[in-house]
Design a protein around this ligand. Sequence first.
Ligand code: NZQ
Ligand code: ZN
Length: 379
Amino acid sequence: MITTFYLPTKIIFGLGSLAQLGTEATKLGRKAILVTGKNSLRQTGILDRVVNDLKENNIESIVYDRVEPNPRTFTVDTGAKMARKNGVDLVIGIGGGSVMDAAKGITLASSGNWLVWDYINKGIEVKDKIPSLILVPTVAASGSEANCGAVITNWQTHEKCVLSTPHIYPSVSIVDPELTLTLPARQTLQGGVDIFCHLIEPYVTSGKPEPLTDAIIEASLRLVVMYLPQVLAQSDDANARNQLSWVSTIACSQFTLLGGGNGAMTLHGIEHPLSGYFDIAHGDGLAALLPAWMRYTYPARQARFAALGRNVFGKPDGIRATGQWLKKLGMSKRLGELGIEFDSIGEMADCAVRTADWLNKHPNRLDTETIAGIYRESY
Ligand code: NZQ
Ligand code: ZN
């Protein structure tokens, strides 16, 4: 099996590495749009710090602080228009996965010839000159800083889809775990479960596991299992936050494909409609669906779940051990408690099949009926 490892992103990692943003930015542009969420960056004082750092490096910046969790096409296209109107040559996304994904969409759509949904829906060839992109994660979760994917919601159709093109690999990502110290417990847990799922989904669905890929994923899973409860117990534990940030950066990147292993993130394809229809946090949706998704997959991958239990939890039953871990974290809300309407299950199952073409890589059949079954079992 031939695999290609391609990651054209310079990743600067470490506590305090944010101090390098200005220097890195001068190598890429003169006028930047700073894409952020609505409150946290200003509240934590990071926004002022970054604007001053850019100014000291003779970089003009405008702030676009309108990105909501589960970023929507309208928000991305509005930011792209602002970037175009101001003639920026650099996009800097500082925030969680929602902000980083919106920054990727803004980078692509800033040429003005197409809306971001056109790139998702029509697979438009990128021919225009687009700005450079720097990403700075403030949440250990999505790993968007180390891949070329962005998950954007079309709120009219409730489709939450993956935009993926090599043009939106960041030129530079600065991963400074210090920025995650202010993350509240709920978002920390949602992010930790997201990292766990980025790892376990390809791990258990793989039909041709490879020792190197298994070793990378198992080590990463053990770190999440160990350090997430530690961060919950002590939110300013810099070492625990550091470990979670490392794992977050590699878990949704090609690092976990090194050595082969052809798994697929099929639980993600089933979760996206939950956030597309009801705007729930991605990590909450994953946590609610994970037990039923594992039970559904078990008959086709018994050895994988035994390996999960043995090599990650030190227990024989990987499904049971995962369920206990989620419960201990308080991450076992069911779909009904998350505000999902039971009558929407059929429509969401249809949407999953329509918007996640990689579901056909699951070891047993994932179609509207079986997906609706997983939703019902998680309700
Ligand atoms: O919006 P602000 O005010 O900034 O508050 C945010 C937001 O409300 C807050 N926050 C972020 N950093 C903080 C902070 N609060 C205090 N201190 C900080 N340091 O946290 C809230 C959640 O932010 P969000 O970005 O939504 O969370 P997360 O990082 O979990 O990202 C979730 C998004 O990532 C996408 C998901 O679909 C979802 O839209 N994903 C992107 C992927 C990718 N590009 O590779 C893969 C993932 O599987 C995931 O799908
Ligand atoms: Zn995810």
